[in-house]
Design a protein around this ligand. Structure first.
Ligand code: M6R
Length: 612
């Protein structure tokens, strides 16, 4: 959480940093700030405020000193508050004495450090970050050596951090160091730059590297150095971005969420295509050995939020199609459930960002106990990707909207390939059956396109639930799994309290909440469950609820006379989750945008969750 950026180079730092913060805003958007090293006065000036990056830009327009407009070095921050409320003073950067810094993470022992380093009188904010600046300044005062002061500070601070630091006597140089919280960096003709994630780096180059943990990065205008804690140079491990340069703009859509929903046919296609050879799943491009699937006798999916919901679909399919039990865990609960883990365990970690701390901890926990680990991840070079034994990368490109959409469907497409792979390597299906399965999978992008073509119908339906305070989503089997995601989508972007319920479970309690004021969204795509599902839908309707039924086209005959229906394009039942997901994403999107909300940045949320 929190977006951080540092730049020293030939361009005007204010523009580079403010633009980067806009791109990183999905990491937190309650306050924003930057520090600029004025090229003439050689001083470091701080501009910061509670609010969005747009508020910071207005502040800069009003108050920025003339010499700072020419500054070519600076650091910036967009905040998701952890310690201290959302105020101008608590916004980053923070300065104590000679040290100005921005921080992503949590310093656990900040109270003890405040006492130990007698910082009380020096601190202006309520943040843990300012304490680090104080500690660093105290050490720097002893030696006037930035790297030595950083090493000494790292020995006393506890917690997770990505720190980007400027020292008053080195106004053209940026130092950075991290533990757990990510920082990626790059060097180009325009200078040296770092940020908490790749989206901010695409401006100048497609080459980047991840700053290793407990390694000091020293950025100069035309060079960049890495140092170990005992002062030895380290060579960066350069990678190349596989994202197109302009993939981080809105492409003409009013919101990233709409753009990303529309990108799904393409991103699913890209994710599947390179992993099919003669209709059979092939993970050789990912260098994943079949043994990871062969040698396992128990599979757990650990993930959070939307990513966890892909696990529910996988679990359902694995039971039905492979007769194999799969556990799905909320990553934040995984280690507290005392899971039985051994060398026959395969832990599948699903994550768009690859930085979610709970998922990362689950991977580490399982690995320490001998499990094999497979990541399904969107961001290359991310912490979870580096921690997992093998990784299948989704080819979704950058996902900027906080509400995850294309990440979900691309993660699903990989999990479907994993189903086919397990069936193959364990000898559960013959090649013909595997090919039939992957043929259906290859058709999913087209079915998502078909839903997108009918999006106006979903927009009209969305208008009927704008005023709802509470809503239920009901379905059975695979539909119930898909609705967990549909319901999360609606609640996070529209602030309507929505609950996904297994249709058959309603009468065991929640049906008491059904009134005329409680709309119900029902999903019916599973032929064998249709009759029972329709009975449940009638039960809620007869209690006054207005119902929208999303139903597979082939099963929809006659239903329009009885219900308000949305037809979903036909695929075999097991694959209907793809068009259903897209339809439910559109529903959530239209409710949010019609209500006039900032769809991409729902309140209290952040795209990358790096605190426990
Ligand atoms: O980056 P990850 O996929 O690990 O993120 C997991 C969740 O935080 C994320 O899916 C979250 O639930 C989204 N806001 C859902 O739209």
């Amino acid at each position: 959480m929190c977006g951080i950026v540092g730049y020293t180079g030939t361009e005007k730092a204010e523009g580079v940093i403010a633009d980067s913060l806009t791109l990183l805003e999905y990491r937190g958007y309650d306050s924003a700030g930057l520090a600029l090293a004025g090229s003439k006065s050689r001083s470091i000036d701080i501009y910061k405020c509670a609010g969005r990056v747009s508020d910071l830009r207005s502040l800069l327009d009003r108050n920025m000193k003339l010499e700072d407009r020419e500054a070519t070095c600076g650091v910036g921050h967009t905040r998701w508050a952890t310690h201290g409320g959302v105020t101008d003073t608590n916004a980053h950067p923070h300065r104590v004495g000679t040290v100005t810094l921005v921080h992503n993470g949590i310093i656990e022992n900040f109270r003890e450090l405040t006492e130990e380093f007698r910082l009380k009188g020096k601190l202006k904010s309520e943040t843990d970050t300012e304490v680090v600046a104080g500690v660093l300044d105290s050490f720097y005062a002893e030696s006037e050596d930035p790297k030595k002061a950083i090493v000494q500070t790292l020995k006393v601070i506890k917690g997770t951090f990505a720190l980007v630091i400027m020292f008053a006597n080195y106004p053209d140089v940026i130092f950075a160091v991290r533990n757990v919280s990510p920082i990626v960096a790059t060097q180009s003709e325009q200078g040296s730059m770092l940020a908490s994630d790749l989206t901010a780096l695409t401006r100048f180059t497609d080459r980047y590297f991840v700053i290793p943990e407990y390694t000091i990065a020293e950025l100069h205008r035309s060079a960049l150095y890495l140092w170990t804690m005992d002062g030895k140079p380290v060579d960066p491990e350069w990678c190349t971005m596989d994202w197109e340069k302009n993939s981080s703009d809105k492409g003409g859509y009013p919101f990233y969420m709409e753009k990303e929903i529309n990108e799904q046919p393409d991103s699913i296609r890209k994710t599947i295509e390179s992993r099919l050879k003669n209709g059979l799943p092939d993970f050789s491009v990912d260098e994943i050995d079949d043994s990871i699937f062969e040698d396992t006798d128990n599979i757990t999916v650990a993930a959070c939020g939307t990513a966890m919901h892909t696990g529910l679909v996988f679990q359902n399919l694995a039971r039905k199609m492979l007769k194999t039990e799969v556990k799905v865990c909320l990553a934040s609960e995984y280690m507290y459930e005392s899971p039985v883990v051994g060398d026959k365990t395969l832990l599948i970690a699903v994550s768009q960002s690859g930085e979610t701390i709970d998922t990362l901890q689950a991977v580490k926990y399982a690995k320490e106990r001998g499990a094999r680990t497979l990541g399904i991840i969107n961001v290359r070079g991310s912490s979870i990707a580096r921690e997992c034994e093998g990784v299948l990368f989704t080819n979704a490109g950058p996902e900027i909207a906080v509400a995850s959409t294309k990440a979900y469907t691309t993660q699903l497409s990989l999990l479907y390939l994993v189903i086919a792979k397990i069936a193959m390597v364990k000898g559960l299906w013959d090649d013909k059956k595997v090919r039939e399965f992957t043929e259906s999978l290859v058709k999913t992008p087209e079915s998502v396109s078909n839903v997108l073509e009918e999006k106006n119908d979903i927009h009209i339906i969305a208008r009927n639930i704008l005023e709802a305070r509470d809503l239920f989503m009901i379905g059975r089997g695979l539909d119930y799994a898909a609705l967990q995601e549909g319901s999360l989508k609606l609640k996070e972007v529209s602030y309507i309290h929505s609950e996904a319920y297994a249709s058959g479970e309603l009468k065991h309690g929640p049906i008491a909440l059904i009134t005329q004021e409680t709309p119900v969204v029902a999903l019916a795509t599973q032929e064998s469950l249709l009759k029972k599902e329709l009975s449940n839908v009638r039960e809620v309707r007869s209690r006054g609820a207005s119902v929208v039924l999303f139903v597979k086209e082939a099963m929809s005959e006659g239903l329009e006379q009885e219900f308000n229906i949305v037809r979903l394009p036909d695929l075999p039942d097991e694959f209907m989750v793809f068009p259903a997901a897209c339809a439910l994403q559109l529903l959530a999107y239209y409710v949010s945008s019609d209500k006039g909300f900032d769809v991409d940045k729902p309140r209290n949320l952040a795209k990358v969750v790096t605190v426990e």
